[in-house]
Ligand binder design. Sequence first.
Ligand code: AMP
Length: 225
Amino acid sequence: MKKLNMLIMGPAGSGKGTMSELIEKKYNIAHISTGDMFRNELKNNTELGQKASSYMKAGLLVPDEVTIAMVVKRLNQDDCNDGYLLDGFPRSLVQADVYDAKVIGTPKDLGLVINLTVDEELLISRIENRRICRSCGAVYNVVTLPSKVEGVCDICGGELYQRADDNRESLKQRMASYYEETAPVLEHYRRLGLIRDVNASQSIEEVWADVQKAIDEFLNNEEVL
Ligand code: AMP
């Protein structure tokens, strides 16, 4: 069977985290979220976390060399040999070039890119209402997907928090970074014929159904995309 080496792309609030959790569980592949990795470094107060912190708070991209080194190290780990899901990377053409050069012609070569598309208004309300479990990372929305008990994770009982960068000011900057730096990455993979667009303004169930369809078609298609 074909290996599932894939990216999930989309602006902040498009549901990358939620879909990534579902993909990781169903297809049993390594989930590499650069945002989560940076937040973890920050939590552990490492040098890398401190470097990334001011960029993250401002909604700016962490410099490419720092990000690339972190991802390359992660991709070399054994759990990525049987497929992986990159979430939030590459976010600039420089990152994409280095990543492509690393994987092309190897068993880790990229097969599929899921692109989540959403109306901007919806993104803002999703971001402002987003809450995340401090312990297991599960994602909630206080309006559309609330936890059973306010502030407490349904899955593990952990405390729910709002990300420091989930506010209007930082969101504006994250959107700008997305359109300026990440949109060209999408165009690059579109030219290579790797992109499957999914309408992520739908309900979670509908988006998940479309994502599974795209992945299953990729896995069942014998031809190289
Ligand atoms: P996310 O959780 O994907 O929204 O990422 C949160 C923040 O982490 C971003 O706003 C950036 O500051 C930083 N970040 C995550 N991934 C990358 C990346 N590939 N390149 C640069 N910065 C990143």
